[in-house]
Design a protein around this ligand. Structure first.
Ligand code: ADP
Ligand code: MG
Length: 789
């Protein structure tokens, strides 16, 4: 330490300063010999001294720049609107508002904007920021800014090329430089000589003007694109314009309404925002540093600056999240209130679960063990479990689910295991049969293609209780299926089901425990918004001895390389998937289809091998036999659509080729890739990218560089937004007017906490009826959206 102090590279420290540091340094060499109070004093005084030193040495803060001054109230004639506003309320129809014409209110109605409050909740989609006041030298191309400068010269003239166009040209200066600013006026009325003359007189030399606009680079140097200009009496005088120097709101335009139309009518009703009631208490506002609702609504439409806009936005985003979280948590409370079968968990070594674990040829990973304990703790409670298990592809969720089901059977209840596709239901059925026959537990499969005779037998056994576990597709949730004692429902790959289907299952009689599983790890913001009513367990560890999958990006011209790799691997006894986005040729899209590629691979490329075909439009029995052949090795290559995306488990498969990979989402590609790498051999994933789009390539490279499902999902969310990531099935995701699941994560966490707090004190919201009303309405909307699937 002392060496560093004595050879300061560039600091010119005063002499006495150096000697003080030297003293300190000496005292610290004897530090260990000193008593505790002396040590404490030494540290305190050193810190104090260092703090002073920092203050001495840090560069002087420059004086603040001059600021624009605004008229606080928009300058208006004492207009009729502010008078008539006094009689209006937030619930007044817009056609009662003076200043909004019949024609305009009719147009707004088309967009569901009927009342004053609807219009106030029509938030700006963006802002143009004129609030940064710059000097000429500081202007940068591509940024919007405001400039206050003096007029050097002004001329206004008719365009030599267009008789209906006049041009105003101002030459301005400030201490830092000069700039030429031009405005164009199109239209005959602007090109008569009186108008032109008037313009010139508006800007005499020496006058001060404020100019707001987007900065661009022209052949005359830096200038503005069609700026707003206001003459000021002096540099200090206030700006009257509602646009110059401000954040100018931009609204998503509706047919026949211009941007300034919308700004004008919103300005008419904006004073009414003061009446907006606040459903949050003063205390809550101060805890979360939020402004009031009425302040927020006012400021979101008319912010004085960026800070005000951010504060307004934060409050409104908080509300959006809070309402969603309250809805989800209340739903959870309601479900929790219903009683459910308390399962007695047996830890005995001759219990079903223990015997099952012994049968397995491997031991559970720590993560699997931990999650099973979490599940068992839930199962033994008299309230229903609502748990989501997230685990990357191949993390071994199925065996955990089986153990959970055996817990139910052990204590005398039945279990249901629901999968999104027949292929997967079949596979689970086989897995269960493999273990459960040894344990003498009955299990059956019910899907859309179960014969009616078989179905009759199954339903009978189910209702008399002799059938313990039923595996199937959503055929399980049909009304005719009734269990004698349903204790636990497992939903595999639950992201493939709509929220609605999950609810339907839960409404079957006595509340069974619910275990949902997903291999599409979704970022926490999405998880909270979608499954805020569930507890989440994480299997964050892969079983040992998995060799990482090698992923490569190929261009369409390099397809032969893929064929080559497939041939090499198949010769070694391995198998390969070849995945395509479409079943058949499409006229619109220039993509190779599964049927076409299957034909080509069979006849031309791999005549020496058996190439199977699997796609969603095949009959169920054909699908099953295609899969079976591939499992048994009767076919070595399987051409498929994304039906193989979820769950399919063939350990001998080591190659996954995905054609037109740019057509798939990242999370989906990661799922597909998860079909290989299930054995100990090295596996390969080849992504064929035909698109010339740079973004597509950049997206696919994420997959080449990462094997981590969570990381990939985060990036996918950033690149494509939540709607795309979840796909259309999950329209259970609410529409937010302002909130962004990407940017507003921190606000979401706060809102979630507040929602928990509110319900803790007032579970039925009887003390906050306005809030309760909002939430009930919200819930109806949310469920409405989910049923549309
Ligand atoms: P996913 O979580 O994607 O549904 P699966 O449950 O299909 O994964 O498991 C993938 C494979 O890993 C299966 O073949 C399964 O038998 C095997 N497996 C599961 N747990 C373990 C473990 N602890 N050790 C070794 N292999 C395991
Ligand atoms: Mg699975």
């Amino acid at each position: 330490m002392s060496r560093e102090i004595f050879s300061p590279p560039s600091l010119n420290l005063e002499k006495n300063l150096l000697s003080r540091l030297e003293e300190y340094s000496k005292e610290y060499t004897e530090y260990s010999t000193k008593t505790e109070p002396i040590r404490r004093r030494l540290v305190t005084s050193t810190r104090q001294y260092l703090f002073e030193l920092i203050k001495q040495l840090s560069p002087q803060v420059l004086p603040a720049k001059s600021k624009l001054r605004f008229h606080e109230e928009p300058l208006k004639k004492p207009s009729s609107s502010s008078i008539s506003c006094s009689r209006l309320t937030l619930n007044s129809p817009l056609n009662h508002v003076k200043g909004i014409s019949k024609k305009i209110s009719a147009k707004l109605m088309v967009f569901g904007i009927f009342l004053v409050k609807d219009l106030l909740e029509y938030y700006p989609r963006d802002y143009i920021d004129y609030s940064s006041l710059l000097q000429i030298k500081e202007l940068k191309e591509g940024e919007s800014a405001t400039l206050v400068a003096s007029v050097r010269r002004c001329s206004c003239f008719k365009s030599p090329r267009n008789r209906n166009l006049s041009i105003l040209e101002l030459q301005l200066y400030d201490q830092t430089g000069r700039i030429r600013v031009t405005r164009f006026f199109a239209g005959r009325r602007f090109s008569n000589s009186t108008y032109i003359h008037k313009q010139t007189r508006l800007y005499p030399s020496g006058a001060t003007v404020a100019v707001s606009g987007m900065v661009k680079n022209s052949k005359y140097g830096i200038t503005f694109t069609d700026p707003l200009i206001e003459v000021l009496e002096s540099k200090q005088s206030k700006i009257k314009s509602k646009s110059i120097g401000r954040l100018l709101p931009i609204y998503s335009l509706t047919e026949g309404l211009s941007a300034s139309n919308l700004r004008d009518i919103i300005e008419v009703v904006l004073p009414l925002a003061k009446q907006w009631p606040d459903f949050l208490s003063k205390e809550c506002l101060s805890i979360h540093s939020l402004i009031t609702k009425s302040e927020a609504i006012t400021a979101i439409h008319n912010p004085y600056n960026q800070i005000a806009m951010n504060e307004a936005r934060r409050r409104l985003v908080f509300d959006e999240f809070l309402i969603l979280q309250l809805s989800l948590l209340r739903r959870r409370l309601k479900l929790r209130q219903s009683s459910s079968p308390p399962l007695s968990i047996s830890w005995e070594s001759d219990g079903l679960v223990a015997r099952f674990l012994k049968l397995l040829p491997f031991t559970f990973t720590n993560a699997q063990r931990r999650v099973l304990v979490e599940i068992e703790a839930d199962l033994s409670k008299p309230e229903p479990m609502l748990r989501l298990v997230q685990g990357d592809v191949g993390s071994g969720k199925t065996v955990v689910a089986i153990a959970a089901l055996l817990n139910a059977v052990q204590s005398g209840w039945q279990g249901a295991f629901m999968a999104p596709t027949e292929v997967l239901a079949n596979q689970h059925y086989k897995t269960l049969c493999k273990w459960l026959t040894h344990l003498h537990v009955t299990v059956e499969l019910l899907t859309g293609s179960t014969t009616s005779k078989q179905r009759g037998i199954i339903l009978n056994d189910l209702s008399n209780g002799s059938l313990k576990i039923l595996v199937g597709t959503h055929a399980l949730i049909e009304d005719s299926v009734s269990f004698l004692r349903l204790g636990l429902v497992v939903v595999d790959e639950q992201h493939r089901f709509g929220v609605h289907q999950r609810n339907r299952l839960l409404s079957k009689g006595l509340q069974p425990h619910l275990l949902t599983m997903t291999a599409t790890p979704i970022p926490r913001t999405l998880a909270l918004s979608l499954h805020g009513d569930l507890d989440v367990s994480q299997i964050d560890e892969l079983p040992p001895n998995r060799t990482p999958i090698k992923t490569n990006l190929l261009s369409g011209a390099e397809r032969d390389d893929a064929y080559h790799l497939i041939r090499e691997e198949v010769k070694k006894g391995q198998r390969a998937y070849f995945v395509l986005p479409l079943v058949e040729e499409s006229e619109k899209l220039d993509l190779r289809s599964a049927i076409e590629v299957h034909k080509q691979l069979t006849e031309e490329v791999f005549p020496e091998f058996v190439v199977g075909l699997l796609h969603g439009r095949m009959k169920s029995a054909d699908k099953q036999s295609a899969i079976n052949d591939f499992v048994l090795g009767k076919s070595q290559i399987l051409v498929s659509t994304t039906v193989v995306e979820v769950g399919v488990d063939v350990p001998e498969a080591t190659v996954m080729v995905i054609d037109h990979a740019d057509r798939f989402g990242l999370a989906q590609l990661h799922q597909l890739r998860g079909r290989v790498g299930r054995g100990a051999k090295t596996s390969y994933c080849l992504l064929i990218n035909d698109s010339r789009n740079d973004l597509a390539k950049h997206r696919l490279e994420v997959l080449v560089n990462s094997n981590d499902g969570f990381e990939i999902a985060e990036i996918d969310l950033r690149l494509r937004g939540p709607g795309q990531v979840l796909g259309t099935r999950q329209s259970g995701l609410p529409d937010f007017a302002l909130a962004s699941l990407i940017k507003d994560q921190a606000v979401l966490e706060e809102a979630r906490e507040e929602a928990v707090q509110i319900l803790k004190l007032d579970p039925e919201l009887t003390k906050n009826l306005p809030l309760r009303k909002i939430i009930d309405e919200h819930w109806v909307r949310l469920m409405g959206a989910a049923t549309l699937n």
